[in-house]
Design a binder for this molecule. Sequence first.
Ligand SMILES: NC(=O)c1ccc[n+]([C@@H]2O[C@H](COP(=O)([O-])OP(=O)(O)OC[C@H]3O[C@@H](n4cnc5c(N)ncnc54)[C@H](O)[C@@H]3O)[C@@H](O)[C@H]2O)c1
Length: 214
Amino acid sequence: MQKTISPQTLRRLPAYLHYLRVLLKKGAVNISATMIACELNLNDVQVRKDLALVSGSGRPKTGYEIKNLISDIEHCLGYGNGDRAVIIGAGELGCALLTYEGFTEYGIDIVAAFDIDRSMKDTTMNGKQVFSVEKLPAVCSERKINIGIITVEAKDAQKASNMLVENGVMAIWNFAPVHLAVPDHVLVQNENLGSSLVILSKQLANKLGTDQNS
Ligand SMILES: NC(=O)c1ccc[n+]([C@@H]2O[C@H](COP(=O)([O-])OP(=O)(O)OC[C@H]3O[C@@H](n4cnc5c(N)ncnc54)[C@H](O)[C@@H]3O)[C@@H](O)[C@H]2O)c1
């Protein structure tokens, strides 16, 4: 039976993966959970538990063989499923995401972006194309797109979401500050950089002892 992995563990796995790949490139062979915890400034017990959920290859004394652990984490995260994504809204944020090459490290290929602004039609950024939204159905069916990334303003987000769902997208990464209504079979991950910043700011206030509520 497959073990259930919490969202918190899932969030930590890409960081382990990144670190392990760096180590492998440097020629390291084995690693312990304690070393990973120490390097990533995480709790030893937490890392041990996370790794036990995704890999049975850990051994007393030697720890994990790095290449096996990488492969187990990739398998757990569904890398190699060939997830392809498109971006709706090629403005400031959409273009930044489109040109960021690091998503391939997470097994996601952002194929193209779409915009209603005709001046952006058929432009290319870092080898990725920006199409007019009319081309969305053709690209979704030809490239078998299963993830949609929404980077339009809040007022346009539901429309963008509807377009993605109509074209067979099963998962939406939503950056617009709005709740999306989607059918039950569609997954939505809302992203809010502002809330992460607020958490950081709050933690800083607590640390400095300037939080009046504490
Ligand atoms: N979640 C976060 O952490 C975060 C951070 C920054 C921005 N945002 C949000 O991301 C969104 C985009 O921000 P931005 O600064 O890139 O805005 P922007 O105005 O630069 O870009 C929006 C683009 O969407 C296009 N657009 C509008 N309706 C469309 C549609 N139906 N189909 C295709 N394209 C369409 C516009 O032509 C424009 O190019 C906003 O909702 C903003 O609040 C979120």
